[in-house]
Design a protein around this ligand. Structure first.
Ligand code: S3P
Length: 488
């Protein structure tokens, strides 16, 4: 029977951890590489400058979806037998998850570009990792794998780069503790490195999620997979549903029903027989966002983005840009690999400011930095409401976006959790933007520089490889002008 979280909360401390579990951190295995704020673990910072470009023209297929790529590898790990994946994003974040799957007992092989095979260890039969699970910059990999490890009787250390070490993990640890996981050690405020001792008998819980987070929901469901009972997650704002869809596709008994005005109640029966399946990864709308906005703001552009995933829980940016007057044609809608996809023909457009409601945030959470760039080129005020979650991404994105806008002469303000950009129809540029180990800050401001009066420089392009390793050549093929180094 499900245990209501309210019944358990009184037994634990205010942050969900028994005082005895608050120990100082003791590493298990070695911690790799020293990390610093400017370069993380990827070597020296590599500045890059974007110059005002001529019209962007041509076709571009964005890389595979990052969320689905992580999940395909993880479900492959949890099946017995061979899972084949096509279109896997070969970015650093996903490669870290592949390594973690190997450390937990899977055989993971690359067969060709984007083509991978996973021979799983199977639910309930994972191996004890012998070393630290180092997720680099990847919050998704870390949080989903905390769920996997938490639902097995394994002890593992989770760590990553300087950005990951700042990100809050307490939101994941709280429900896992309710399921029986022990937090052996953590850095203050529930930060990595974190050591957890999972349980082979995770308690079935019903959990009301305090934040609209697919990572949190997925961690609970992945832990619940090995539970002898039923695990329920209730979210008041629906977040991306890739875990639910993929679990159903692999044979789990999982239901998702509407809850309140915008939410969902998801229920998973534990200990399913998971059957390996072929996964085709659709193109990532969060990566497509960069060429899409670039085509809208560079005069004369006409670009077709191929096979972009149109999952309704991922298309908030598209909805917003259409409201802003963007000339985007949705062509050839179809279903590929179980997801809605379509080609988008995008032409340079005169944009105007709009108000973006808070309830849209989960469906475009990673797209606000590049929307802020589009808003700078629009005429009038764009108000984006309810952005508190942006403060805990790869960087404090609210602060990083505001600083980038300021450096390039774009009027803006932050009021509470709202970002207000006052667009003037053009952007002065000429600034240097601090990226804080954040790939999406890096790509957003490079896109700005393609249409601003003066070039825009970012202090470090290195992190772009985490999600869109082909960003530079893909945009250069359309006509974008980037130069390594600063504007000189
Ligand atoms: C993701 C969920 C979102 C998103 C992240 C990927 C996922 O994070 O920002 O890039 O794959 O589940 P939150 O769950 O923190 O909202």
């Amino acid at each position: 029977m499900a245990i209501a979280t309210s019944d358990l909360r009184n037994d634990i401390g205010p942050q969900g951890v028994l005082p005895a579990q608050r120990k100082s951190w003791q590493p298990r295995g070695k911690i790799v590489a020293s990390q610093n704020e400017s370069s993380g673990s990827h070597g020296p910072a590599s500045p890059m400058t974007a110059h005002r470009s001529g019209p962007l023209n041509g076709r571009l297929k964005p890389p595979g979806d990052k969320s689905i790529s992580h999940r395909a590898l993880i479900l492959g790990l949890l099946c017995v037998g061979e899972t084949s994946i096509e279109g896997l994003l070969e970015g650093e974040d996903v490669l870290r998850t592949a390594s973690a799957c190997r450390a937990l007992g899977a055989k993971v092989e690359r067969l060709g570009e984007g083509r991978w095979r996973v021979e799983g260890a199977g639910l309930g039969s994972l191996l004890q990792p012998s070393d630290v699970l180092d997720f680099g910059n990847a919050g998704t990999g870390t949080r989903l794998m905390m769920g996997v490890v938490g639902g097995h009787g394994l002890t593992a250390t989770f760590d990553g780069d300087a950005s990951l070490r700042k990100r809050p993990m307490r939101r994941i640890l709280d429900p896992l503790v309710l399921m029986g996981v022990e937090v052996v050690s953590e850095m203050s405020g529930g930060r990595c490195p974190i050591v957890i001792k999972g349980t082979a008998e995770p308690a079935p819980i019903e959990y009301r999620s305090p934040v609209a987070s697919a990572q949190l929901k997925s961690a609970i469901l992945l832990a619940g997979l090995n539970s002898p009972g039923r695990t329920t997650v209730i979210e008041s704002e629906a977040s991306r549903d890739h875990t639910e869809k993929m679990l159903a596709y692999f044979g789990a008994n999982i239901t998702s029903v509407p809850e309140g005005a915008h939410g969902r109640k998801i229920t998973l029966e534990g200990r399913p027989t998971l059957t390996p399946r072929a996964v085709i990864v659709p193109a990532d709308p969060s990566s497509a966002a960069f060429p899409l906005v670039a085509a809208l703001i560079v005069p004369g552009s006409d670009v077709t983005i191929e096979a972009m995933m149109m999952n309704p829980l991922r298309v908030g940016l598209l909805t917003t840009l259409l409201e802003m007057g963007a000339d985007i044609e949705i062509l050839n809608p179809r279903i590929e690999g179980g997801e809605d996809v379509a080609d988008l023909r995008v032409r340079h457009s005169a944009l105007h400011g709009v108000h973006v409601p808070a309830e849209r945030a989960p469906s475009m959470i990673d797209e606000y930095p590049v929307l802020a760039v589009a808003a700078g080129f629009a005429k009038g005020e764009t108000r984006m409401r309810g952005l508190s979650e942006l403060r805990v991404k790869e960087s404090d994105r609210l602060a990083a976006v505001a600083a980038g806008l300021a450096a390039n002469g774009v009027g803006h303000s932050i009021e509470g959790d709202d970002l207000i950009v006052t667009g003037a129809g053009r952007v002065a540029g000429g600034g240097t933007v601090a990226t804080h180990l954040d790939h999406r800050i890096a790509m957003s401001f490079l896109v700005m520089g393609l249409a601003s009066d003066a070039p825009v420089t970012i202090d470090d392009a290195g992190m772009i490889a985490t999600s869109f390793p082909t960003f530079r050549p893909a945009l250069e093929r359309l006509g974008a002008s980037f130069v390594t180094g600063d504007a000189g």
